[in-house]
Design a protein around this ligand. Structure first.
Ligand code: KG4
Ligand code: ZN
Length: 352
């Protein structure tokens, strides 16, 4: 079984060809970073236009690299949401066109499920597993019980963790996207210099909060002597921020490990996924936590943590194997929770 995957839900235009023996035959990702950099964040209209201009070429490149003809495809999978709707529409319409022209199955994949199942592409792991999903728009702890079956244990009550990285980078003039820039700067910094808060640490449950940490970073920058913030200040603040993030994420994940073991005594694997899972310090911290909890730790290679189409193609394969295909009347979804039953998370009622 061989599938073409398409990803256009954010600022990466991507196409990949993957087979059911877990081979990534092609994985092409074109970042739009340069187009968005002057604005310090993603501009949805610019993103959608860039996807329109480049997607055909990216798909052709992936098919060439995979030495695959359209008549050799068993299906086409596309990120059908959640994401920036203009971009999602570009990918979905393209995938529908290919599916209709070739009369092959069309599979609309939840972008978050793409991240969630990546560990099954890279490693031979079965359900259930505990999943920490950390990206630019999400920060969630879930139990992955099966394809299409996720139970949310916790989420952020305000900002996503990737957003906190991006805002920190912006405040320090490090450019966009912020995560890799903060990690680079933190490499030479002293993480103990600035005492930043650890929101939610020590509380019951598995929810996250990052807005207080973001505010503390801003106040710290403002308290530094006026004028140029020195390279040392930047490095120390990035390192202190990264330590604070890893600290709270580990604390919340520790609670999730306990909840997971209680509900699934046979489960023994902790998986991390999403763009922020590319962060080396976070990976090391989570590896330590998994060791302490007697759990196996799986983190996909960095290239498959940030947005890509191999994860979409793979989720398409998992769904197609189960007969889960979609009609050409599928409507792109700006919002698409992995666990639709999970209640809205708020700060209210969370006990210290
Ligand atoms: O999964 P992703 O590529 O896109 C979304 O679905 O959101 O995640 C992007 C996020 C951005 O916020 C980016 O700054 C962050 O992942 N990120 C990182 C690193 N690489 C990407 N954050 C921390 N450290 C990194 N090395
Ligand atoms: Zn993503």
């Amino acid at each position: 079984m061989r599938i073409l995957g398409i990803e256009t839900s954010c600022d990466e235009t991507a196409a990949a060809v993957v087979d059911d023996r877990r081979h990534v035959l092609a994985d092409v990702v074109r970042s739009q970073q340069d187009a968005h950099a002057p604005y310090g964040g993603i501009v949805p209209e610019i993103a959608a236009r860039a996807h329109v201009e480049t997607l055909d070429g990216i798909i052709a490149q992936a098919m060439d690299m995979a030495e695959t003809g359209f008549d050799e495809l068993d299906g086409v999978a596309v990120a059908g949401g959640p994401g920036l709707i203009g971009g999602v529409i570009v990918g979905v319409m393209t995938a529908k066109g290919i599916a209709a022209a070739r009369n092959i199955p069309f599979i609309a994949v939840n972008h978050l499920e793409g991240h969630a199942l990546t560990a099954r592409l890279t490693d031979d792991i079965g359900f259930p597993y505990l999943l920490l999903l950390v990206s630019g728009g999400h920060c969630q702890l879930l139990v992955a019980e099966g394809v299409g079956r996720y139970r949310r244990l916790g989420t952020t009550i305000d900002d996503a963790v990737g957003e906190a990285f991006d805002k920190t980078a912006k405040m320090l003039g490090l450019g966009f996207p912020g995560g890799p820039a903060v990690e680079r700067a933190a490499g030479s910094g002293d993480g103990s210099r600035f005492a930043l808060p650890r929101p939610m640490k020590g509380r019951d449950g598995c929810h996250f909060s990052f807005s207080g940490l973001k505010t503390a970073v801003r106040q710290t920058v403002e308290a530094l002597p006026p004028g140029e913030v020195s390279a040392k200040d930047t490095a120390d603040l990035c390192a202190s921020f990264q330590c604070a993030v890893a600290d709270v994420v580990a604390d919340r994940t520790r609670n999730a490990c306990a909840a997971f073991r209680e509900s699934h005594p046979d489960g023994d694997t902790l998986v991390v996924a999403g763009g922020v899972a590319a962060n080396g310090h976070l990976r090391e911290t989570l590896k330590g936590l998994a060791g302490e909890q007697g759990m196996r730790f799986v983190a996909p290679p960095q290239k498959l943590c940030t947005d890509n189409a191999a994860m979409i193609a793979w989720a398409g394969i998992e769904r197609l194997k189960l007969g889960l295909t979609d009609g050409l009347d599928f409507a792109p979804r700006p919002r698409w929770p992995l666990d639709p039953e999970a209640p809205k998370a708020t700060g209210a009622g969370i006990k210290a």
